[in-house]
Structure formats: structure tokens, C-alpha cells
Design a protein around this ligand. Structure first.
Ligand code: ADP
Ligand code: MG
Length: 243
């Protein structure tokens, strides 16, 4: 249901990756790991067209896009099918938790404010923040802010949620509550691509772990297999450092 084919991205002369192939089926959860600077964030951002890929094909559900010829309508359609959770939450500082979650439903889905707010309240309940509806981001803990960030992604009703190191900006005491919410989504079979260094989360939740190095997918396997029997020497070296 999601397919990346020959995806390529370069910044100026620097080719970040030039032929990424990746497939996910509906409900699948994959964790992407790899050294810093390898192109993990750029890959997620290209799937969402936060960065425009230079070549390749992207398929999300029934939408297939040749990235070099993508029309504005296709880009918008692709964005609706792929929600993004940022490392730094990227909430609107001047909007409440409720408004942050409702915003996309009003602007993108064209729901009435009343309907969007009603749905946002339900999401606040699901993320355990019903009592914080009227709180502004600055008055929330990092963990609460990131749960709002995830709530906003849930509101988009996307085919896939892309998480870019969602816990790495958090103080350690907030990490578990955010991972817990992600586990809850995983249990509901939300399709997700998660870039993270939380290897226990990968073990518990991922159907597949993808190891990237220098813009290439080196190997991919279920966590139990990849962590205990990495085949490639680069994977072995990386895992030795991180496990
Ligand atoms: P990772 O997430 O694996 O740490 P990134 O995708 O952030 O890696 O970065 C991959 C490479 O692309 C790095 O060399 C980084 O400096 C470069 N890069 C990322 N974003 C930009 C950008 N907007 N402009 C120029 N270079 C970028
Ligand atoms: Mg990154």
C-alpha cells in the first residue's frame, strides 16, 4: 500500500540517496535506524513532500506519483495521506492543544469549526489530554506537547504516520509516555514509519527494522532477526554502538 521506487534526493551537489526502494503493507510498522547524516529525515520528508524528491515514484494507497511530474493536486493528495510527527513537535504556539489538533481538519478537510473541535476533543481523550484542551503549548510538558503533535497526526486520518525521532528532544522522564502512545497506535494497526534510536521500542513494536547507511538501505528484517543476526558488517558495527 506504500511503495517508494528509485527515490532520489540531492541538495546541490550532495546526493543524499539515489535509489531508495521500500514497501510497506497496510498496518505495518517499520523502524528506520542508522547513523546520523545518513538521510533518514530526508527520506521521511520526501515521502511527505516536505522536501521535493528529484526522481522516483511514490505510491500511497490508490495514489501513484511520479515525483518529477507531480502536480500541485497530487502533492496535496500525498500530504493528506501522510502525516508527520516532528522531533520538536512543531505546534502552533498561539493555539491551544485543542486548536492545534483541530487546525488541519478545518483548513485541509474543510470541516466546520464545531465539527473539528468535537473530533479534536475525542482525540484529546485518546491521547490522555482531555483536561488540557485549552492549554497552550508553552504550559505543557515536552511529553504532553509531543502527544499533541501525535494527536494532530491522528486527526489527519492519514494512511501512514511518519515519525522523525519523536522522543529525541524530550527530557528522559517524558519518553515513555510518548512511546506508550505510539504503542497504542501500533496496537490499532496504524501504519507507521518511525525513525528512532529507541531500540526497545523497535523490538516491541516494529514488524521490520530498516538499517540505512550513507543513503542506502543496507538490510531490513524483523527486529529479532536484525538485532541478533545482522548480516552486513556496517549493520553489525552500528548495532554494537547502540544496543
Ligand atoms: P539523518 O536524519 O539520517 O541524520 P538527514 O536526512 O538529516 O540525515 O541528512 C542527510 C544529509 O543531507 C546530511 O548530510 C545533511 O547535512 C543533508 N541535508 C539535510 N537537509 C538538508 C537541507 N535542507 N539542505 C542541505 N543539506 C541538507
Ligand atoms: Mg534525522
Amino acid at each position: 500500500m506504500i511503495e517508494l521506487k528509485g527515490l532520489r534526493k540531492q541538495f546541490g551537489d550532495q546526493v543524499v540517496f539515489d535509489a531508495i526502494d521500500l514497501q510497506l503493507s497496510r498496518g505495518e510498522i517499520i523502524v528506520v535506524v542508522g547513523p546520523s547524516g545518513t538521510g533518514k529525515s530526508t527520506l521521511l520528508r520526501c515521502i511527505n513532500f516536505l522536501e521535493r524528491p528529484d526522481a522516483g515514484q511514490l505510491t500511497v494507497g490508490d495514489l501513484q506519483v511520479d515525483v518529477t511530474r507531480a502536480t500541485q493536486a497530487q502533492i496535496l493528495a500525498l500530504r493528506r495521506r501522510t502525516a508527520f510527527v516532528f522531533q520538536n513537535y512543531a505546534l502552533f504556539a498561539n493555539k491551544t492543544a485543542l486548536e492545534n489538533i483541530a487546525e488541519g481538519m478545518i483548513v485541509v478537510d474543510r470541516l466546520s469549526k464545531r465539527e473539528a473541535h468535537a473530533r479534536a476533543r475525542k482525540i484529546l481523550e485518546r491521547i490522555g489530554l482531555a483536561d488540557k484542551a485549552d492549554a497552550y503549548p508553552a504550559s505543557l510538558s515536552g511529553g504532553q506537547q509531543q502527544r499533541v503533535g501525535i494527536g494532530r497526526a491522528m486527526a489527519a486520518n492519514a494512511e501512514v504516520i511518519l515519525f522523525d525521532e519523536p522522543t529525541s528532544a524530550l527530557d528522559p522522564q517524558w519518553v515513555e509516555e510518548v512511546l506508550g502512545l505510539m504503542k497504542q497506535l501500533a496496537a490499532e494497526h496504524q501504519t507507521m514509519i518511525v525513525v528512532t534510536h529507541e531500540m526497545q521500542f523497535a523490538r516491541d513494536v516494529a514488524d521490520r527494522v530498516v538499517f540505512m547507511d550513507e543513503g542506502r538501505i543496507i538490510e531490513q528484517a524483523p527486529p529479532a532477526t536484525l538485532f541478533s543476526q545482522p548480516r552486513d558488517e556496517r549493520t553489525q558495527r552500528f548495532l554494537k554502538k547502540i544496543l
